[in-house]
Design a protein around this ligand. Sequence first.
Ligand code: GLA
Length: 393
Amino acid sequence: MSTTLSKAVHSEFQQLFGYEPLLVRAPGRVNLIGEHTDYNGGFVLPAAVDKEAVFAVGLNGGAQIRLRAHDLGESLELANAAEISPSETHWANYLLGVAAQFQQRGVAIPGFDCVFGGTIPQGAGMSSSAAVECGLAFALNQLLHTEFDKMELARIAQKAEHTYAGVQCGIMDQFASLFGRDGQVVRLDCRSLDYTYFPFDTQAARIVLCNSGVKHSLASSEYNTRRQECERGVAVLQQHYPEVASLRDATLEQLAAHRAELGDTVFRRCTYVVQENARVDSACRHLEAGDLTAFGQDMYASHAGLRDDYEVSCEELDVLVEAAQAAPGVFGARMMGGGFGGCTINLVAPEQVEGFIASVSAAYQERFGLTLETYQTTIVAGVGAVGATVTQG
Ligand code: GLA
């Protein structure tokens, strides 16, 4: 956790509002495998990582909502917490959307103040928006004594994204931010919401992220389109196989049998999802067996599917994965998150990390003339209050 940042957020809150806040941290996430499967009732394998958002939040005893984005140096005030609606101020919507979801659940939202900042790069596919939503949801839950459990907080945060940010996301990002555990990845069944933790040995492989720096402006509209294409696929299959409630239930044979009816695009989207679900399963077995080479092969196959069939990659991400594949000591690499830019995730042998970063950076510079930003991440615990030791002094 960034102690410097939480101290800065804490002291800005005290300067602006003059009372003692609750301090909360909320991590971003990586996803080892299982992309675009969450909203298809499938499986994902994320972990919370040490790039985090930090919040200072308090109830102000009045009706006003006062928000401060520490990193941007911007503020927003609302006169009446009882009348929350979407804002023109982009960053505020992640917070207001959460407060609105509490109201949807019958909770009266009193006036509150919030200062937040973070170290999660935006548009990097590391779920900076989910971290912001989850952090405030956790803080309000504490301050208002609403006692929503963590899964309900994840749903609140997800719904905030749907309603105030306009992205029909699945639940992976919010789940990972809230349920992360130190040193462990977690496989989530996005239909039953059952989950299992797996230790991830960073002595055997490091998780290195390479940020393409590309922030595709079409990302959220294309995301919603993919979701619709999957729904169309399910609707077609259901006419023949009523038991298919989501692509989770579909098989490659069923898709092949109705290829013409599905049409080429929907067929390829659905094929990718069915294959990716199977890959999460196989990757988890490899992880348990300690076979990182086989795990990495599943990651490369995931990238190929995202690139060719799901079509959410871009040239920059493809070049980064190719460069990783050519570097020594890399077990696997793929694009991560929604796509159209953001990061690749790479599993790299610890003693090769330096060489890996040097060679991929050189390849990126040569091809695009761009300086590559990389992050060596560690796996941390999910959302929580920041301890007293950090808030003092
Ligand atoms: C975004 C969404 C998630 C998930 C991923 C793709 O991060 O927020 O719900 O769908 O894309 O796996």
